[in-house]
Design a protein around this ligand. Structure first.
Ligand code: GRF
Length: 214
């Protein structure tokens, strides 16, 4: 499986994929893309992974940014097409399969990117509760006793796509947004690695259902 990871921030989710000890046997991170300069891009460079940046401020219309991002992702996959090792290691034409992972990417993806690529995202709350940019803060403000993280397929809405996996995290009485988010991210990293491994083993998305053909 060829994977393009999109980041905007510290990139600790990306790092979990880079560090996954089966990574390289079942999936290859062919590029890391971002919408801004960020630590996530530095992590990719340190790991020898090609990077690209597509910034909204360089485009007059949001739809033009979206098309440029879709193009950059497509180029990243086609530049990696010659990698015969992956096909050999996975014993099939798995190398032809492609997945885009939004891992702390803080932009809403548009119609071009979503129609041309399969994109999954992780969110730091148990969807459909607390979607949006402040899932941890909103859950805490609501007084929930358990929260967690969700991996889902990205569709045109904000955090509305089909749910692939979820992990639960207890809220402690003395939690603030930062402490709770850190514990959620520990679960978020292992969930994301498990899900990407799942797609590498042949999971596929049919409408609102994720089929697991293991
Ligand atoms: C994750 O909790 C993600 O769900 C949220 O931002 C965090 C990204 O962390 N949107 P990092 O940049 O991978 O460290």
């Amino acid at each position: 499986l060829q994977v393009v990871v999109l980041v905007s921030g510290s990139g600790s989710l990306l790092q979990a994929l880079i560090d996954d000890d089966v990574h390289g046997k079942v999936y290859e991170i062919v590029a890391v893309g971002a919408d801004r300069e960020c630590t996530g891009l530095e992590r990719a460079t340190l790991a020898g992974i090609p990077t690209f940046t597509v910034e909204t401020r360089h485009f007059p219309e949001r739809s033009q940014w979206d098309a440029a991002l879709a193009d950059a992702i497509e180029r990243a996959f086609s530049d990696a097409d010659d990698d015969l090792d992956l096909a050999a290691l996975t014993g099939g034409d798995v190398a032809a399969r492609q997945l885009v992972v939004s891992a702390g990417f803080m932009k809403i993806l548009g119609a071009q990117t979503l129609s041309r690529h399969t994109v999954i995202n992780t969110h730091p709350a148990l969807l459909p509760s607390f979607p949006g940019a402040h899932g941890v803060r909103d859950a805490l403000a609501h007084g929930v006793k358990v929260t967690g993280t969700t991996c889902h397929v990205v569709d045109a809405g904000v955090d509305t796509g089909p749910i692939i996996d979820q992990r639960v995290v207890d809220v402690r009485a003395d939690d603030d947004e930062e402490s709770l988010h850190e514990r959620i991210k520990v679960e978020e990293r292992t969930m994301l690695v498990d899900v990407v491994r799942g797609f590498a083993r042949g999971w596929s998305i049919n409408g609102r259902t994720v089929s697991i053909n293991e």
